[in-house]
Design a protein around this ligand. Structure first.
Ligand code: FE2
Length: 285
């Protein structure tokens, strides 16, 4: 019998109120099949580029700070640490309706954040969580463009809840943010006290499956006029054995299993993020 997930009492303020927001800009970019670029410190779309023949295109709206950070929600009783590193939770024989969820992770300055840990977990198509293994559990890191992509199945319903996905996010060197994503048009959305419309995915049918999109905004300060910095390569990495719980900065070094690694992004080490497992965080020297 599943343990009910109780609501939290920390909803944030409402969203952008109709202004052009990061979400709408980037969803437009996704619809165009374009990766987001940053021009002059704002998100830019493919239509910023000159059209064939040199015709001017409509200007891309600036990326507003209209979006508050993504609403946080309770973890619930079924989270398990140390999920596998993978962006697909299915195999060819996995029962259920295929679902892909894609989007971007942004900071407060409208800039995509690379290297964000996204740890997803969900019920299977029958509404059951795998609490003994790791089915329908997996973590990944946002790409250099700040995007993520999850391949899974539509989670089934279980008593007391509407349809949802769970996710934890952690930007490099930042605290963990826990939330849930919801499906539009679900009858139980109106009766689930945890449901929050600000966490609704955009969803569309794609053949026999479904495609969802959602963009996260993390409370990470960003100066939109300053390009992202990378650690100076000349920093001599300090020595020491990789240690869970230690806060590593970009450029730090660590030894693991007799090999040397350099930290690429600031983070706090946890079991499961050993240097060989997370190439987004550690570079073999
Ligand atoms: Fe759940």
């Amino acid at each position: 019998m599943p343990v009910p997930e109780e609501p939290t009492a920390t909803p944030g303020p409402a969203g952008s109120g109709g202004r052009v927001s990061r979400k709408s800009v980037l969803r437009a970019a996704a619809a165009l099949g374009a990766a987001p670029l940053l021009i002059g410190g704002r998100v830019a779309l493919a239509r910023d580029q000159p059209a064939p023949g040199g015709a001017a295109l409509a200007p891309t709206p600036d990326c507003h700070d209209g979006d508050e950070p993504t609403v946080e929600q309770m973890e619930g009783p079924y989270f398990k640490p140390n999920s596998p590193l993978r962006d697909s939770l299915v195999t060819s024989g996995t029962p259920g309706t295929r679902l892909t969820v894609t989007g971007y992770v942004f900071g407060r300055g409208c800039r995509p954040i690379p290297g964000v840990l996204l740890d997803f977990w969900q019920a299977d198509h029958n509404g059951a969580y795998d609490n003994s293994g790791y089915r329908f559990r997996g973590h990944q890191f946002s790409t250099a463009q700040g995007s993520f992509s999850l391949t899974t199945v539509v989670p089934g319903l279980y008593p007391g809840r509407t349809r949802h996905l769970h996710v934890k996010l952690q930007a490099p060197g930042r605290r963990v943010v826990t939330t849930q994503l919801y499906f539009p048009g679900e009858p139980r959305n109106s009766t689930d006290s945890l449901f929050d419309s600000r966490l609704l995915m955009n969803l569309r049918q794609a053949g026999p499956g479904q495609e969802g999109t959602f963009d996260f905004v993390l409370d990470v300060p960003q100066d939109p006029t300053t390009p992202p910095t990378t650690p100076p390569p000349t920093t001599p990495p300090p020595t020491g054995t990789w240690t869970p719980g230690r806060a590593y900065r970009a450029g730090d070094g660590a030894a693991y299993a007799g090999l040397s690694y350099r930290c690429l992004q600031a983070h706090t080490a946890v079991v499961g993020w050993e240097p060989p497992n997370v190439p987004a965080l550690w570079q073999r020297l």
